[in-house]
Write a new protein. Structure first.
Lengths: 227, 690
C-alpha cells in the first residue's frame, strides 16, 4: 500500500466518520415516552384493591394517602409544640430540613409515578369497586371474563341461573363504563388524556395476570381461555 | 283420463258432487270381473275457502285378488299464507265390499312445518247412508305423534278429534315463535275437537295444550326459559269469521327476557281473553290477567295481518308498587346507585297503550313510599295522564315528607303539565326545607334524548344554618342562607349548572361557579366547583360556637374544590379580612387560643404570657388571613404574609398586640379537622359585649 493510498484511506475514513456523526446528530427525535413501568405499578395496585374489594363483598373507599413525611403533622401532633407559636431554632431547622427533603423526594417520586390520587381517579375507583362486588359471582361462575383490551364481556351467560342472568347485561355495561372512566381519569390526572389507550392496555394485562384461578379471559386473538 | 286444468275455484261444488260421481264410477268399475283397470284423475289446482292445493293426481287401480289400491299424489297445500305441506303421497288398499274404504293407509308428507311426516291408518266411506270415517296416526321426528279420528254424516256434518304429543320445538317451528337459531325443549300434550256442517269449513273448535318442562334459549343466553309448565285452552266458533275465548295458566318455571326475569308464583298466573278474526287482524278483547302478589287488570291486543304495527293496551291495572318496582322497573335502571337498594311500597292503578312505542298512559299512585338512601320520599300521591299525540295534559304530584342526604324536605303538592317529550311545572312551587323555603320557579323533565333528565331554576330563602349543620353532622354554624339557583340540570346521574349559584350567608355572599356533581345519587358523588366569598361577617360566624370571638369582614376564594363523597379532597383556598368602615377588627383571647390549638399546640404557652393576655378580653388586629392548599390528604398552610421563616396568620394592632405565626406548613387534613372540632367544642364562650 503506498503512502498516498494510506493517506487517502485515512482521510476517507475520517470523512465517513464525521459524516456519520453529522448525520446522526442531524436526526433529532423528540419522544414523550409513556411511563410503562409506572403504569404497571399503578395497575398492580388498583387491580389488587379492586379484587380485594370484590372478595370482601364491600366497596373500599380509597384512603387518602399517608405521607411518611416528618413535615406533615400526624395524629400525634397535638403532643408536639404548637405550630402556630414561635418555636425553637432547633425545631425550625428540623422543619426546614424535613421540608427540603420532602420537596426533593416528592419531586423525584412525581417524575417516576403516575398520579392516581386525583378526586376523579378516586371516584372512578370507588365506582369500580362497588360494581366489582356485584360482578364477582359472574366471574367465578364463568359467565363473564376479561377481554384482551381491559373490559368485561359475557363469556357464558348460561353459567348462572336465569334469575341472576337478568342483571348480567346491565352490570357488564356499568362495569365497562366504570373501567373506561378509570382509564380516562388516570390519563387526565397525569395531564396526558392521549395515554388512555396505553393505560387501558396496561390494565388489561394486569386484570388477567392478577385474576384468581378459574376466571375466564380473552387471548389477544379473542379466544376465551380459563385461568 | 280426466284432466282438469285452469279451475280457479271448484270449492264446495267439486267437493260433494264430483267425489260422489267418482266413487260411484269406481265402485261400479271395481265391481267388474277381474281385469286390471286404472283410473287417473289429475288437477292442476284445486281451491277452496282460504286454501289451495296444486298438482293433484289420484290413481285408482284394480288388481288381482282384490288388492285394489288408491295412490294419491299432491303438490303444495296452502292454507292462507301458511304452507301445510310441500308434497304428499298417500297409498292405501281399497275395499269395496261394504261401502268404500281405504285400509292400510300409508302417508308421507314432505315440507310440513314439522319437516317430514309419516302416517298410517285407515279411511272408510260407507255409500249406504253416506257416512264416512278416517282414523290416522301420524309420527315425525320433530312432530312427535298424533292420532286423528274424523267421522262424517250423510248430511256432510263432521266431527274431528285429534290429540297427540308435540315437542315445544314443533310448535316453535310451525308458528315461527322464535328465531331459527334459538334452542327449545319441552313436551306438550294437545287435543283438538272440531266439527262442521260442511267438510270444507269447521264451525266450532276447542283446543287444549299442556306444556311441561318447557325451555328455550337465545344463542347468547340472555333470553331464555326453564322448567316452564303452562296450559293453554280455548274454543272458537265460525260465524263468517272466527271468534272465541282463550285462557292461559302459567304454573311453574322462570322466563328471562333480559333485563327482565319473571318466575311463576306459587299460585298460577292466569290470563284469559276473547279473541276474534277480522278482515285485517287477529284481536284479543276484554282480556283479564291476574298475577298473584302483583295485581290484576284488563288487556287487549291487535295483531294485524297487514304491515301495520302490533297494538296493545293494559286497562285498569291495579298493582302493588313493591313487586311492580322489583320485577318490572328496577331491571331497567342502572346497576349501581339508587336502584339497587330501593324499597318501594304503595298502590298504583294505571292504563297504558302502545303501538310502535308508548302511546298513552294514565295513572293514579296512592300512598307510595320510596326508600333508597340517600333519598327517601314518604306518602307519595300522583294522578295524571299523558298521550304521545296530545300537546298537553295535566298531572299532580304530592308527598308528605322526604329526605335527601339527611336534609328533610317538607310536603309538596305540584301541578304538572305533561307533553309528549316530558313534563313541566305548571306554577311555582315552594318546598319547606330546614326552616326556609326552596322555591322552584321552573322545573322540567324530559324522557329521552341527549337532554333527558331534569332542569330546574329557583331560589332558597331563610334556610337555617343551624339545622343544616346539625342535619349534615358538620361543625355548628348559625344564621340563615338565601340563595339564587341558576339553571341546574340533572342528566344521567350528574348535575350541572349553567350560571353562578349565589348564596347570602353571614351578612356576605358566597358565589359558586362551575358547579358539577358526578354520580349525584350514586356510590361516590364527586362535586367540583369554584367559590368566591364576599364580605362575610366574622362576628355572626363565630358568635354561636366555642371557637372564640372574631369580628371583621372576610373575603376569599376557593379554587378547584373537589368534594369526594361530600368530603373535601382537593382545593386551593385563600381567606383574608379586609378593612371595612364601621366594622371593628377584634379577636378574643379564646379565639387566639383556638387558632393556636388548631396549629397542633396546647394554646398559649408560658405562664406569664398567658396570664398577661388573660387580662384582656379582646385584641385589635390589622390583618387576619389563612390559605389552605389541600392535596392528597395534606393541607399546605399559608398566612397573610411570610414571617421569620413561617407565615403570619394574625397581625395585631395597637397594644396589647398579638401576632400569630405558623411554622408547620404541612398538616394532615384529617388531623386539622379533628383539631377544629375540638377547638369549637371546648372552652367557654367569651362575652365581648359587642
Amino acid at each position: 500500500m503506498t503512502k498516498q493510498n494510506w493517506l487517502n484511506t485515512r482521510s476517507w475514513r475520517a470523512v465517513i466518520t464525521v459524516g456519520l456523526l453529522l448525520a446522526l446528530s442531524a436526526c433529532v427525535t423528540v419522544n414523550i415516552y409513556f411511563p410503562a413501568a409506572a403504569a404497571k405499578r399503578l395497575a398492580d395496585q388498583v387491580v389488587g384493591e379492586v379484587y380485594k374489594a370484590a372478595d370482601s363483598g364491600a366497596a373500599v373507599v380509597p384512603a387518602a394517602p399517608t405521607h411518611s413525611n416528618s413535615a406533615v403533622s400526624g395524629p400525634t401532633a397535638s403532643a408536639a409544640p404548637s405550630a402556630f407559636e414561635r418555636i425553637t431554632p432547633t425545631h425550625v431547622a428540623g422543619y426546614l430540613l424535613a421540608t427540603a427533603f420532602s420537596a426533593v423526594s416528592t419531586t423525584a417520586k412525581a417524575a417516576a409515578d403516575l398520579n392516581a390520587m386525583s378526586p376523579g381517579v378516586q371516584a372512578a375507583r370507588a365506582q369500580l369497586e362497588a360494581i366489582a362486588t356485584q360482578m364477582r359471582p359472574y366471574f367465578v361462575s364463568g359467565a363473564v371474563g376479561w377481554t384482551a383490551n381491559g373490559l368485561v364481556a359475557i363469556h357464558d351467560a348460561a353459567a348462572v341461573p336465569l334469575q341472576q342472568r337478568a342483571a348480567l347485561s346491565g352490570l357488564v355495561s356499568s362495569n365497562n363504563r366504570a373501567l373506561q372512566n378509570l382509564y380516562q381519569q388516570i390519563a387526565n390526572a397525569n395531564g396526558h388524556p392521549e395515554w388512555e389507550g396505553q393505560i387501558q392496555q396496561t390494565f388489561a394485562q394486569t386484570w388477567i395476570s392478577k385474576a384468581p384461578a378459574g376466571y375466564w379471559f380473552q387471548s389477544p386473538s379473542n379466544q376465551w381461555q380459563k385461568k | 283420463m280426466w284432466q282438469m286444468t285452469g279451475f280457479d275455484r271448484i270449492g264446495s261444488l267439486l267437493s260433494a258432487k264430483l267425489f260422489e260421481v267418482l266413487l260411484m264410477a269406481l265402485v261400479g268399475g271395481f265391481s267388474a270381473p277381474a281385469l286390471a283397470q286404472s283410473l287417473d284423475i289429475s288437477a292442476l289446482r284445486v281451491t277452496g275457502p282460504n286454501w289451495q292445493i296444486q298438482h293433484l293426481q289420484m290413481r285408482l287401480q284394480t288388481a288381482d285378488r282384490g288388492n285394489d289400491a288408491m295412490r294419491l299424489q299432491a303438490g303444495a297445500l296452502q292454507a292462507g299464507k301458511k304452507q301445510i305441506w310441500k308434497q304428499a303421497q298417500i297409498h292405501c288398499l281399497v275395499q269395496t265390499q261394504q261401502g268404500w274404504s281405504c285400509q292400510h293407509l300409508q302417508m308421507a308428507l314432505v315440507g310440513t312445518p314439522w319437516g317430514a311426516l309419516r302416517g298410517a291408518g285407515g279411511l272408510s266411506l260407507l255409500r249406504v247412508g253416506g257416512t264416512g270415517a278416517i282414523g290416522v296416526r301420524i309420527t315425525g321426528a320433530q312432530f312427535g305423534r298424533a292420532a286423528v279420528q274424523m267421522r262424517s254424516a250423510p248430511t256432510g256434518q263432521w266431527q274431528l278429534r285429534a290429540h297427540g304429543n308435540l315437542p315445544l320445538g314443533g310448535w316453535v317451528q310451525a308458528w315461527r315463535l322464535l328465531p331459527a337459531n334459538w334452542q327449545s325443549a319441552g313436551d306438550s300434550d294437545w287435543q283438538v275437537d272440531a266439527q262442521g256442517a260442511d267438510w270444507t269449513q269447521a264451525d266450532t273448535a276447542h283446543f287444549l295444550a299442556t306444556l311441561t318442562q318447557g325451555a328455550f334459549s337465545s344463542p347468547d343466553g340472555l333470553q331464555a326459559a326453564q322448567n316452564v309448565a303452562a296450559q293453554l285452552q280455548g274454543d272458537g266458533q265460525y260465524l263468517g269469521r272466527w271468534r272465541g275465548h282463550i285462557q292461559l295458566r302459567w304454573t311453574k318455571g322462570g322466563v328471562l327476557w333480559s333485563p327482565w326475569y319473571w318466575a311463576a308464583p306459587d299460585t298460577a298466573i292466569e290470563a284469559s281473553s276473547h279473541w276474534q278474526q277480522t278482515a285485517t287482524s287477529w284481536q284479543l278483547d276484554d282480556g283479564r290477567i291476574h298475577w298473584p302478589d302483583l295485581g290484576q287488570g284488563r288487556f287487549g291486543l291487535i295483531w294485524p295481518t297487514t304491515s301495520r304495527p302490533l297494538a296493545w293496551r293494559l286497562q285498569d291495572v291495579q298493582v302493588a308498587m313493591g313487586p311492580l318496582y322489583s320485577i318490572w322497573v328496577k331491571p331497567l335502571l342502572p346497576a349501581t346507585g339508587l336502584a339497587t337498594q330501593a324499597q318501594v311500597t304503595g298502590h298504583l292503578r294505571f292504563s297504558v297503550a302502545g303501538a310502535n312505542g308508548l302511546q298513552a298512559l294514565q295513572w293514579n299512585l296512592q300512598d307510595a313510599n320510596f326508600d333508597a338512601k340517600p333519598l327517601t320520599v314518604k306518602g307519595v300521591n300522583s294522578i295524571g295522564s299523558w298521550r304521545q299525540q296530545m300537546k298537553s295534559s295535566s298531572a299532580s304530584l304530592s308527598w308528605r315528607r322526604a329526605n335527601l342526604y339527611r336534609i328533610p324536605l317538607g310536603p309538596v303538592a305540584a301541578q304538572l303539565v305533561m307533553h309528549p317529550g316530558g313534563f313541566a311545572l305548571q306554577h311555582a312551587l315552594g318546598v319547606k326545607v330546614l326552616g326556609g323555603t326552596l322555591k322552584l320557579q321552573h322545573l322540567t323533565g324530559r324522557w329521552a334524548g341527549a337532554d333527558s333528565g331534569f332542569t330546574m331554576r329557583g331560589s332558597l330563602q331563610g334556610l337555617s344554618m343551624t339545622r343544616l349543620t346539625q342535619a349534615m353532622h358538620w361543625p355548628p354554624f348559625t344564621g340563615t342562607i338565601a340563595a339564587d339557583i341558576p339553571d341546574l340540570t340533572y342528566h344521567a346521574g350528574n348535575i350541572r349548572t349553567s350560571g353562578n349559584l349565589s348564596a347570602e350567608i353571614f351578612g356576605g355572599r358566597v358565589q359558586v361557579n362551575d358547579l358539577k356533581v358526578d354520580h349525584f345519587l350514586g356510590v361516590m358523588p364527586l362535586l367540583r366547583a369554584n367559590m368566591t366569598v364576599h364580605d362575610l361577617q366574622l362576628k355572626p360566624l363565630t358568635d354561636a360556637f366555642h371557637f372564640g370571638y372574631i369580628s371583621g369582614v372576610l373575603q376569599g376564594e376557593v379554587h378547584h374544590l373537589y368534594l369526594l363523597n361530600w368530603s373535601p379532597e382537593t382545593f386551593q383556598a385563600r381567606f383574608a379580612t379586609v378593612k371595612t368602615p364601621d366594622v371593628s377588627q377584634k379577636i378574643s383571647y379564646q379565639a387566639v387560643q383556638s387558632i393556636t390549638k388548631l396549629g397542633g399546640g396546647d394554646g398559649i404557652s408560658g405562664f406569664f404570657q398567658g396570664m398577661f393576655l388573660r387580662l384582656y378580653k379582646t385584641f385589635n388586629y390589622a390583618h387576619l388571613g389563612l390559605g389552605i392548599d389541600l392535596k392528597n390528604g395534606v393541607a399546605e398552610l399559608s398566612g397573610v404574609k411570610p414571617e421569620n421563616g413561617g407565615f403570619l396568620i394574625l397581625q395585631g394592632q395597637g397594644l396589647p398586640r398579638v401576632d400569630i405565626v405558623g411554622y408547620n406548613r404541612r398538616v394532615d387534613w384529617e388531623e386539622l379537622l379533628a383539631r377544629l372540632k375540638i377547638a369549637m367544642q371546648t372552652g367557654a364562650q367569651v362575652k365581648t359585649g359587642e
